[in-house]
Design a protein around this ligand. Structure first.
Ligand code: HEC
Length: 127
């Protein structure tokens, strides 16, 4: 019955099954949120091409503005130079980047504390 598998309906069924199997690998809430809200600009895997923003692999504990290969804005450097990324600093950053570095390129703001917390917890796991 080789022919049956080549019909679009069977192919769709196979794809759906594949997608369901994928989500079974428990993606955390934070990872999901990161993909929705940050991944358009930030990669978190080694050697990923640099996007609109710096690669955030291992960012917690690092000094701000030191991710390889990224050209930060002068405003970012002025606002954050010498500071280390702690959960507290990230919390302030995601709440309002412009408040820490007026004029920074990062156009993002998150008012929901639960969302910020989830994303920060996820970032602590990518290292
Ligand atoms: C629209 C693009 C965009 C989105 C969306 C975005 N960022 Fe950024 N982010 C940037 C840019 C651009 C910079 C560099 C800022 C500069 O140089 O002024 C940056 C910088 C950062 C830094 C500083 C890293 C370092 O190297 O010191 C962190 C941390 C960060 N972003 C986290 C996040 C997180 C977490 C999210 C999602 C909740 C997010 N960003 C969403 C564009 C974005």
């Amino acid at each position: 019955m080789k022919a049956a598998w080549s019909t679009p309906a069977m192919l769709a069924a196979a794809l759906l099954f594949g997608a369901a199997a994928g989500t079974a690998q428990a993606e955390s809430a934070g990872e999901k949120l990161f993909k929705q809200q940050c991944a358009a600009c930030h990669a978190v895997t080694k050697d990923a091409p640099i996007g609109a923003g710096p690669n955030l692999l291992g960012v917690l504990g690092k000094e701000a503005g030191k991710m390889d290969g990224y050209r930060y804005s002068a405003e970012f450097k002025k606002g954050l130079e010498g500071q280390k990324w702690t959960p507290e600093l990230l919390e302030a950053w995601l709440t309002d980047p412009q408040a820490l570095a007026s004029g920074t390129y990062m156009m993002y703001k998150q008012n929901d504390a639960a969302v910020r917390k989830s994303i920060i917890e996820y970032l602590a796991t990518v290292k």
